[in-house]
Structures are given as C-alpha cells and as structure tokens.
Design a protein around this ligand. Structure first.
Ligand code: GUN
Length: 280
C-alpha cells in the first residue's frame, strides 16, 4: 500500500520561504509585487481559479488587480490593455486567464505580454527557453509538480516518466521539465494506441487529460509515483484523472484530488511573480 502525498504540507513549507522573499523585497527595495489578471471568458471554472489566485495574493499581502472583459471585446481591445500594463512600472506580472472567448486570438494575446512580466511562462520566448533547458519562468502547474517531486525526494534522473496529455499549459511543458531533469519521457494523448502499455512502464506517471478516473490500478507500475492533474466534476464532487483509492494500492505515492497539484499551481504563480519582481 502506497501513500497519498500531503501536498498541503509541502505548500505550507514553501509559503514560509515566499513570505521571507516578500518581506526582503519590501525592506530592501520598498516594493510590493503586483499581479494583473485578465479574464475574457464566461467560464465558471476560470472564476474559481482566479478566486484562488486572488485569495493567495490577499493572504500574502501581494497586490492584485483584475480586468474582466465582456464578450463584445475585440483582440485589439485586449492588446491595448496588455500594452498599458506592460508599460505600467507598478505591475510586475500579467496573467491572461485561459481559455479566452473563442473569437479572440489567443496566440497573439499571449505574445503581447512582455516576457519579463509573463508570470505564466506562456510567451514563446519563455517557452522556447524552457525547451532549450535554460528557462527562468515556467508554466505554474508543471513547475508545481516538479516542486512536489523534489519535496518527496523523488529521483528523476534516468527514470521513465510518462505524461498523459499534450496541452500547452501542462503536458508539453511538463515533458520539457522532466527531460531537463534527466528523465526518459513519453507523451501520450488521445491518439495513443495502447495507453496502458505506456503507463505501466512509468516510474513517474503524470496525468492531465480531464477524464475522470481514467487511470486504474492495472495501468500503473508497482512502486511508481503518480501525479494527478485532472480536475473533473462528477455528481457535484471533484475527482481527478486517477482512481486514487485503488491506484494507491499499487503505486508508492499518489497526489490527491482535491487538495493536490491545484494547491501548488497557485503557489508557484506567486513564486514566478517573485522571480519577475526581484529581477526588476
Ligand atoms: N487556465 C487553466 N489553467 C491555467 C493556468 O495555469 N494559467 C492561466 N493563465 N490560465 C489557466
């Protein structure tokens, strides 16, 4: 029988370090970091995510401003707002909450954020640096997973890592980070022929596809580490992409949902904001 990873404890430990960085910045440079959040969609989930980010900022005494747009907004309107925020020296990080309204040009909008204010690491310059192995700012969810792996003392070098999901926000940067850390990485996705064949070989299995309980106990390797990034609502309850209760009987360590990777995502966003603010 494996263990459910206590992500809450990991985050609380890291929060202490963040508080120290915030205090140092205030003491030495008289700066309080400020995050600007752009919301241009009508998704309920986005509001929940932004709410969590707002709460974390409030808890840590970080400034946060939200710019919410209605559906009649154009790409040019959003670009104009980003340009204004790029030129505002009091703003240290700009976050464009995804997805955007369908008629908006997401790629153009993400490219408009100054790489030095790109708190999500979605700008092609930051993304390219990550792929080249010298990234400074990396997308929050996969970076949070790397924190969890580090904190549980996982040995990544030379291990077989399998990432299920190829999204730009999670799967692709996750694979890059694991590659940079020396793992042999496979990315699986909806077109993968025999998923179990891959997942069963994984010393480290990371799942981010949004299919409730996709990963069953017969699909994981003994003594493996399983990281569940899925957040799905089933009968009003939040469940992950992993059948945690049964998978934990085979794996060594599994992250829970809720109370798992989601906690580190928000925390990592603040770490990124601190990195950007300290570099000013
Ligand atoms: N939508 C879902 N996850 C994320 C994230 O990590 N960052 C942003 N900006 N939007 C998201």
């Amino acid at each position: 029988m494996g263990e459910i990873i206590n992500v809450k404890d990991i985050v609380e430990k890291r929060k202490i370090l963040i508080r120290e960085r915030i205090e140092k910045l205030k003491r030495e440079k008289d700066i309080i970091p400020k995050l600007a959040v752009i919301i241009a969609n009508s998704e309920e989930a986005s509001r929940v995510y932004v709410g969590r980010k707002r709460k974390m900022c409030e808890t840590l005494g970080i400034l946060e401003e939200e710019y919410e747009f209605s559906e009649d907004i154009t790409t040019e309107d959003v670009l104009r707002e980003i340009n204004r925020l790029n030129n505002d020296d009091t703003v240290n990080g700009i976050l464009v909450q995804l997805p955007l309204f369908k008629h908006l040009d997401t790629s153009k909008i993400l490219k408009a954020v100054l790489p030095t204010k790109d708190v999500d690491g979605f700008h092609p310059e930051n993304f390219g640096n990550l792929i080249q192995g010298n990234g400074k700012i990396a997308p929050c969810t996969p970076k949070g997973v790397m924190t969890i792996l580090k904190e549980i003392g996982a040995n990544i070098e030379g291990k077989d890592a399998v990432v299920v999901g190829r999204s730009v926000i999670v799967g692709r940067p996750m694979a890059a980070m694991l590659t940079n850390a020396g793992a042999t990485v496979t990315i699986c996705h909806s077109k993968t022929k025999d998923l179990t064949n891959h997942t069963k070989r994984a010393d480290i299995l990371i799942v981010a596809v949004g299919v409730p309980h996709l990963i069953k106990e017969n699909m994981v390797k003994e003594n493996s580490i399983v990281i569940d990034i899925g957040i799905n609502k089933v009968d009003g309850k939040l469940v992950g992409d992993v059948d945690t209760e049964n998978v934990v009987k085979i794996a060594k360590s599994v992250t829970p949902v809720p109370g798992g990777v989601g906690l580190t995502t928000v925390h990592t966003l603040i770490e990124n904001l601190m990195d950007l603010t300290e570099a000013v």
